[in-house]
Ligand binder design. Structure first.
Ligand code: ZN
Ligand code: ZN
Length: 484
């Protein structure tokens, strides 16, 4: 089954959080470790399932060879060797029988663990210790109960409905046996393993591949029988006995590995989640790329409409890094969209600085308008920032806001080095923008009188001459000091 990303419809989902039931695409999970197939849910921080694998699972009929190689790993070989060879040298008394029983139990437990292990996506066999430690030895009794129940079912059918019904019951039991073993291995419950509804649902969800698997199971069982028969007829008893035991265990492991793999392959249909497991060490999830993760989180929260949360995240980020231009820009856009004048007022020095660095005269003008509406008579506290903003305004033809921004500059910042450029800007706005040559001349004269030490001072006569002739105030030709 294909899923789309919850936040990017049309993009195939690569991750699924079982907890939140949300699908995420690669764009939403920039911090995911695709190689290790590990990612934490952005919403609940739980590990997520990698969906890429769900479509990547090789169908079992294309990897039959791997099933036959499965028992020939060191772990299963050791288990089989211990369980088939040790009883041979055990004493022929009660203790010997006890040892034999215990080892049979361990082998049984190990084979059932193979189903779980494979279904969880481990393509390598479980370790030796699984056979001899932990709980789960009761699986033998459970499987025995299942067989007894199934026998009883067939018997009851025979008594109630005669041979025909018995045959039908027998057919169902035989057909459902692999499904029953799978359910028993996964759920460890006799009730679930013999519930006809359970088994029918499992078989129907898997569909025809179940019967394909069934064919393989019959072939394997026959092959195992023939091989054991051959061993009994052609080798002495001391050799044929362990060989037959070994063959039996090997074929059982192959069968159970197939059953587990069938569960793994149809995990989506069967409603449980697992993934191919890497046995390598867990990746350090601390090394997630924080800033890309942050961007993806913002994107998701915006799409979810969690504006307060996004605002909080941005403010938090700005606490850590005061002058993070990217975050200031994002906060500005969010605050403008939400028309949040209070917060705009709070962040206005940094936002204006950001707008000025982008020469966004329109943005500055509209923000100043909002600030003025929120606080009539609003003035910028930072002379240098005021001049930078005014210059942007002037360049975008916003003459009146530029002049308003710099009004009374000499009273508010009498000692500032920015006084000369500020009043030159006013003069240029007045003359070039508003055709007020006399007022412009007044400001130029002011600079001439008051700012003798400023580098601009020596250019003032040129500006004054231009104002005299009512030309555009451009300054000296070779000067790059003031763009017009
Ligand atoms: Zn996405
Ligand atoms: Zn989650």
């Amino acid at each position: 089954m294909k899923h789309d990303c919850h936040y990017h419809p049309g993009d195939p989902a690569k991750w699924h959080c079982g907890e939140c039931q949300i699908h995420y695409c690669t764009r939403c999970m920039p911090d995911a470790d695709v190689r290790q197939r590990k990612a934490l849910c952005p919403s609940c921080s739980k590990a997520m399932r990698y969906l890429g694998a769900a479509t990547e699972v090789i169908p079992f009929w294309n990897r039959i060879g791997s099933f036959f190689r499965y028992p020939f790993h060191s772990d299963p070989l050791i288990v089989i060797a211990i369980c088939t060879l040790v009883p041979l040298i055990a004493p022929a008394n009660l203790i010997g029988i006890l040892i034999w029983l215990l080892l049979a139990l361990a082998l049984f437990k190990y084979t059932y663990a193979v189903i779980n292990h494979t279904a969880e996506g481990h393509l390598k066999p479980p370790s030796v210790s699984v056979a001899f430690t932990g709980s789960g030895f009761n699986i033998v009794i459970l499987q025995l109960l299942v067989f007894i129940f199934m026998g009883g079912l067939v018997g009851a059918a025979a008594m109630l409905g005669g041979p025909l019904l018995m045959l039908l019951a027998l057919a169902f039991v035989v057909l459902a046996l692999p499904a029953s073993i799978m359910v028993l291995a996964m759920e460890r419950s006799v009730g679930a393993a013999v519930n006809p509804m359970n088994l029918a649902v499992l078989i129907s969800r898997i569909g025809s591949p179940y019967f394909l698997l069934y064919g393989y199971l019959i072939l394997l069982t026959l092959a195992s029988g023939v091989a054991q028969d051959f061993a009994h007829n052609h080798f002495p008893f001391w050799f044929s006995q362990p060989l037959s035991g070994f063959l039996n265990s090997t074929f059982t492991l192959i069968l159970f590995n197939m059953l587990g793999y069938l569960l793994f392959q149809y995990q989506e249909e069967l409603g449980f989640a697992s993934d191919i497991q890497d046995e390598t060490a867990a990746v350090d999830m601390q090394q997630r790329d924080r800033s890309t993760r942050f961007d993806a989180d913002i994107d998701m929260n915006l799409k979810d409409g969690n504006y307060d949360r996004v605002q909080g995240m941005l403010k938090e980020a700005l606490k850590r890094n005061r002058d993070d231009a990217l975050r200031i820009g994002q906060l500005y856009q969010l605050l403008i969209a939400r028309n949040d004048t209070t917060e705009l007022y709070h962040f206005h020095p940094r936002i204006l600085d950001w707008l000025a660095s982008r020469s966004d005269g329109e943005g500055i003008a509209s923000l100043l308008g909002m600030l003025e509406a929120a606080e009539p008579g609003f003035k910028l506290e930072d002379p240098e920032l005021a001049v930078r903003c005014a210059r942007c305004l002037y360049q975008r033809g916003q003459y009146k806001p530029a002049i308003r921004l710099l009004q009374d500059f000499h009273k508010r910042f009498p000692e500032s080095d920015e006084l000369a450029p500020a009043y030159l800007l006013i003069a240029q706005s007045l003359a070039n923008g508003l055709d007020q040559w006399e007022k412009a001349t007044a400001y130029l004269t002011f600079i001439q009188k008051r700012c003798e030490k400023h580098p601009l001072h020596e250019q003032i006569p040129v500006y004054l001459a231009q104002a005299e002739k009512q030309e555009l105030l451009k300054g000296p030709k070779a000067s790059f000091a003031m763009p017009d």
